[in-house]
Write a protein that binds this ligand. Structure first.
Ligand SMILES: NC(=O)c1ccc[n+]([C@@H]2O[C@H](COP(=O)([O-])OP(=O)(O)OC[C@H]3O[C@@H](n4cnc5c(N)ncnc54)[C@H](OP(=O)(O)O)[C@@H]3O)[C@@H](O)[C@H]2O)c1
Length: 291
């Protein structure tokens, strides 16, 4: 990873923070996207300890707000001529339905729309970098779910875990469609399940859900174990040419049939374009990436 630029969200906690520290220790230069300055500075201090030779940086944005996602992507794109790895990892679980000022349900906004908008904003920098990779944190929680295109904002019958599961299904469908659209540019896109990990995940979900997740964490693996597949997809030579796949424990895994539905992937993409006002134009490969 020496000299490589890694943009990562959700690195102020949990598996994202462990992955960022490990990638910094491997020589990467980390660019964080965080929402809280104190937490961002604390992670930066850990990155400087792990990888003192690189000047790691942090940008601040609330990834549930479309304008903030667009702004932070534009700031990073202006500062970084090349990006080797983009890790979309920030995510959350909400016990009760809440709607952002953009009119998006919070889980959908944070866990899916942020991945789409940030990747779109950085696509030219990725395409300008030979062997660039997008790594999206998903989850086995996608199992048993299908998207409801008549109710993507979960206005009816909200259940926190079901809506979370759908957002993680969206991560897999998004990764497949992104890989398809990036074909020929040299940029790969893969996603992963980290396992059930003892992080801050679920702590602020509220009500019964927070209690249930806390109790279940007795059986969870460590953030160090949970981060392994992120680090693998971001750095391993094994996956240089692999794209559009779902991984667990550093191996390709098979997601549910609903997560392999390319019509649903295309439709989700189109709906997300409408919701964000973004038109994802074809990305041109540069001489470097073609070479
Ligand atoms: N833990 C598990 O068992 C598990 C299993 C499968 C998948 N995952 C996935 O793994 C990813 C990371 O979760 P984790 O377990 O490491 O949880 P975590 O410890 O709660 O970390 C979540 C990270 O996302 C950031 N974040 C959340 N909402 C944000 C927002 N609106 N704007 C900017 N940043 C935001 C958090 O920032 P703050 O520090 O400011 O809160 C934090 O850095 C998520 O996508 C989650 O769905 C987790």
């Amino acid at each position: 990873m020496k000299g490589k630029v890694v943009v990562i969200t959700g690195a102020t906690s949990g598996i994202g923070e462990v992955a960022a520290v490990q990638l910094a220790a491997m020589g990467g230069r980390l660019v964080l996207v965080a929402r809280d300055r104190a937490r961002g500075q604390a992670t930066l201090a850990r990155l400087r300890d792990a990888g003192p030779d690189a000047s790691h940086t942090a940008y601040y944005a609330d990834l549930s707000r479309v304008a903030e996602m667009k702004r932070v992507a534009a700031e990073i794109a202006a500062a970084e001529p090349r990006i080797d790895v983009l890790i979309n990892n920030a995510g959350a679980l909400f016990g009760s339905r809440q709607v952002t000022p953009d009119g998006l349900e919070f889980t959908f906004a944070t866990n899916h729309v942020a991945y789409f908008v940030l990747t779109h904003g950085l696509r030219d920098r990725l395409a300008a970098t030979a062997g660039a990779r997008v790594v999206n944190t998903s989850s086995d929680a996608h199992k048993g779910n299908r998207l409801d295109f008549n109710d993507l904002q979960s206005a009816s019958g909200y259940s926190g875990f079901k809506v979370y599961g759908r957002s993680k299904l969206a991560n897999i469908l998004y990764t497949r469609e992104l890989a398809r659209r990036l074909a020929g540019t040299g940029v790969t896109a893969n996603c992963l399940h980290p396992g059930f990990v003892d992080t801050r995940f679920g702590d602020h979900s509220g009500g019964f859900l927070a209690v249930a997740v806390k109790a279940a964490k007795t059986f969870a693996i460590s953030p160090e174990k949970g981060a392994k597949t992120i680090v693998y997809l971001a750095s391993s030579d094994d996956v240089v040419k692999v794209t559009g796949k779902y991984f667990y424990k550093c191996r390709e895994a098979v997601p549910t049939p609903e997560a392999q539905d390319d019509d649903a992937a295309r439709r989700l993409w189109q709906e997300t374009e409408k919701l964000t006002g973004i038109k994802f134009a074809p990305v041109a490969a540069t001489a470097e990436t073609r070479g």
